[in-house]
Design a protein around this ligand. Structure first.
Ligand code: ATP
Length: 236
């Protein structure tokens, strides 16, 4: 039943104004409880795909359905989606918690303290949440950004390269954050150019190369058994 499927992408295609085809008709789904990795090297079309999914840019062909609805301003399902596709601008002189509160107020939705506490726990920000963002490391800022996307405990969380620029311990922490999040049927779609990261974090993988969908399925099947499809897909 499509209304229960967090994301169904069908024949999604994007030709930019200069004629460049960034996504060449890609199809995949994200089901409840799955952590789906959108894997491919820089320029594969991951960001373009996520921006179409979120309704930030218009597909040239095909469609992306979030719980059975097309994304876009005023879409009835927006409250069920959380996303981080561009670094949010935090106010450095305010604490992490004040930044999150300010952001949430702007959404006009009621703030649920129990939810905030749960999200802070998942994002493992600890006491640092009361410190000014100015004092945060890059990894801490990233986790605050993820926490912001998680604030409403959305049924589908969409993240574009959340580990970009992080060191290995911070990447491991991010992995634990995403895995803690994907319980109770909540789903995650996360892009990455790192094969090992997707292998360790995700249940399913969608492999892209130069705008084309190379393979999609459970991580154990795609990465475990057919490494040949991955040749040229990931950075060394
Ligand atoms: P990255 O990790 O570098 O963001 P990606 O897989 O997310 O890679 P996209 O950002 O989707 O890739 O870009 C795919 C291709 O589309 C790239 O070659 C990029 O140069 C091109 N592209 C992106 N935006 C535009 C645009 N507005 N006009 C023309 N070409 C674009």
């Amino acid at each position: 039943e499509l209304a229960d499927t967090p994301l169904a992408v069908r024949g999604l295609r994007k030709t930019y104004k200069d004629g460049f085809v960034a996504v060449r008709g890609t199809s995949f789904t994200v089901e409840p409880g799955q952590v789906v990795g959108l894997l491919g090297p820089n320029g594969a079309g991951k960001t373009t795909t996520l921006r179409m999914v979120l309704g930030l840019i218009r597909p040239t062909a095909g469609e992306a359905l979030l719980f059975g609805h097309r994304a876009g301003p005023g879409a009835p399902v927006l409250s069920r989606i959380g996303a981080l596709v561009e670094g949010p601008g935090f106010l450095p002189h305010l604490s992490g918690l004040d930044n999150l509160t300010l952001y949430w107020k702007a959404t006009g939705r009621p703030l649920d303290d129990a939810r905030v506490a749960e999200v802070l726990d998942i994002a493992d920000l600890g006491d640092a949440i009361h410190r000014r963002v100015r004092a945060y490391s890059h990894g801490m800022r990233q986790r605050l950004a993820i926490a912001q996307a998680m604030l409403g405990l959305p049924d589908l969380l969409i993240l574009d390269e959340p580990t970009d620029g992080l060191d290995p311990p911070q990447i491991a922490e991010m992995r634990r954050v995403l895995q803690r999040y994907a319980t109770d049927g909540r789903a995650v779609l996360v892009s990455s150019h790192l094969l090992a990261e997707v292998e360790q974090t995700c249940t399913h993988v969608v492999v892209m190369r130069r705008g084309e969908l190379v393979a999609a399925g459970p991580v154990a099947e795609i990465i475990g058994d057919s490494p040949s499809v991955l040749v040229g897909v990931t950075d060394p």
